[in-house]
Design a protein around this ligand. Structure first.
Ligand SMILES: [Zn+2]
Length: 144
């Protein structure tokens, strides 16, 4: 059981625009190393490490990604599920585009997903390319 001793609740910074942040309280312990915790507003479970996506999986009730929330209101669970699915869909596009660059592996991208850095400006800049039929290239572009 993770203790909150020594941790202080802090406000979520405006940069954290992911809807998942609305459903947790962020705690921080200053020191070396600095530790950051997320506490679920509904069931009170505490998460150390892992990105906001892991927390959203908790709310969405996605199995295989840590404990799931048994207190989350149904409408929140649904919206978190949708949010995760949108992110995965945009990542699939991203992956198929990245297939032309063999220096980056798919598993590396999975790590990016886990670290919750997928919403950065790079991905945003890529959004306009999404309209092209990149799906056809899956499996072909990988065999370099
Ligand atoms: Zn919870």
């Amino acid at each position: 059981m993770t203790s909150l001793e020594g941790f202080e609740p802090i406000a979520i910074s405006p940069q954290k625009q992911d809807p998942g942040w609305k459903h947790c309280q962020l705690y921080i312990k200053t020191g070396d190393p600095k530790v950051e915790l997320k506490k679920c507003l509904y069931c009170g479970k505490v998460f150390q490490g892992g990105g906001i996506n892991r927390f959203k999986s908790h709310l969405a009730g996605r199995k295989g990604n840590g404990p799931i929330c048994d207190q989350v209101p149904p409408h929140v669970r649904v919206s978190m599920l949708q949010c995760l699915d949108e992110k995965i869909a945009s990542l699939r596009h991203r992956k198929s585009q990245m297939a032309v660059n063999p220096s980056r592996s798919f598993s590396e991208l999975d790590n990016v997903f886990a670290e919750n850095e997928v919403g950065g400006p790079n991905l945003m800049n890529q959004e306009e390319d999404v309209g092209m039929s990149v799906d056809n290239g899956i499996g072909v572009g990988v065999m370099v």
